[in-house]
Ligand binder design. Structure first.
Ligand code: AMP
Length: 322
């Protein structure tokens, strides 16, 4: 598959890279790193990374704009479903490649490199570069490192495997990455976000089934001076709370007129629940969008059910093993 992707890239003069709406560091990292690598390898090609921009991610570099995509190759990264591709219409392109580490949702690429055992889309791009004549430099290596670090939550999630550590170790060695310097733009944040995180900690509700949740209306975001993306960016910090197996934040997004749902789990599988609410994602890290706060109560109920089932099964297994 790596060489087929390389041969297809080689064939096209115009290449567009896209990723999912509401980008996270892995989506940005995989897109920008692959764009830069293709540019380094083939300086004569026209290569564009598209999608809506975000102030938060300027350290990944500048996004591009392109009006005429005729005869172009589209490479979609970190996105399993057609509806969440940001800024590209599949039928406008000559050929489409998908590179993704989510569980499979839609088939939309002539070539699809899908591996949901990879830690991140960035890790797949790293392996693609390592296994083809695509060129890497320190800039590309740094971007890929940040994507992997972010999607593994600093190697804490169980998507970090020996494969990830080997990949990262060779990156650090070969490109002499200064990881402290790299962490700063990724993790530096304003004090008001820290205060807001404190507010969430103080106001989380926990159900008898071990589901923690909080509803965050826009007036609260305004009061703390944070935006609708902020809660989703801090949700990983609520891991390892003794009483909590699943945690979910509901955030009003006035700009998009919806409620963002961000959920995490340290046991129960939650992406199937979220897929019933216009969402999806990974087994233990999922998201969705709903229209009203009243729908969020249904999500809490469904998450209670999977959490309860998980707890009951674990109790049953313990008794059986005695
Ligand atoms: P987030 O909580 O936004 O960081 O998202 C966690 C995971 O769920 C990521 O893999 C996202 O791509 C996925 N995800 C978030 N929102 C949605 C959605 N509306 N539909 C499908 N997947 C989503």
């Amino acid at each position: 598959m790596f060489s087929q992707i390389y041969e297809t890239i080689k064939k096209f003069d115009k290449i567009v890279l896209a990723r999912h709406v509401g980008p996270d560091p892995d989506a940005m990292s995989s897109t920008m790193a692959l764009r830069d690598s293709i540019r380094l390898t083939f300086p004569e090609k026209h290569v564009y990374a598209i999608g809506s921009g975000s102030q938060r991610f300027t350290y990944f570099g500048h996004l591009d704009k392109i009006d005429d995509v005729s005869d172009a190759l589209l490479i979609v990264l970190d996105t399993p479903d057609i509806r969440r591709i940001d800024g590209a219409n599949l039928s406008d392109f000559e050929e489409v490649i998908k590179i993704d580490h989510h569980p499979f949702v839609d088939k939309f690429g002539e070539l699809e490199l899908i591996d949901d055992t990879a830690s991140s889309a960035a890790e797949l791009v790293l392996e693609l570069i390592n296994n083809t004549p695509l060129v890497m430099d320190k800039g590309v290596a740094s971007k890929l490192y940040l994507g992997i670090v972010s999607d593994t939550n600093r190697f804490m999630f169980n998507n970090s495997t020996s494969r990830t550590f080997k990949n990262v170790s060779s990156l650090i060695d070969e490109y002499q990455l200064n990881i402290n310097e790299l962490y700063e733009p990724l993790y530096l944040r304003p004090f008001n976000e820290v205060k807001f995180e404190g507010y969430i900690g103080l106001n989380l509700k926990i159900t008898a089934d071990g589901v923690a949740y909080i509803k965050l209306p826009n007036n609260l975001l305004e009061e703390f001076g944070v935006d609708a993306a902020s809660p989703g960016n801090m949700i990983n910090n609520f891991n390892f709370i003794d009483e909590v197996l699943v945690w979910v934040f509901f955030t009003e997004d006035v700009k998009n007129e919806n409620i963002r749902v961000s959920a995490r789990s340290r046991g129960p599988v939650i992406n199937e629940v979220l897929s019933h609410y216009n969402g999806g994602g990974h087994k233990y890290a999922s998201g969705a969008r709903v229209k009203t706060f009243s729908e969020t109560d249904l999500i809490i109920n469904d998450l209670n059910a999977v959490s309860r089932a998980f707890k009951n099964k674990n109790e049953g297994d313990k008794i059986e093993n005695k």
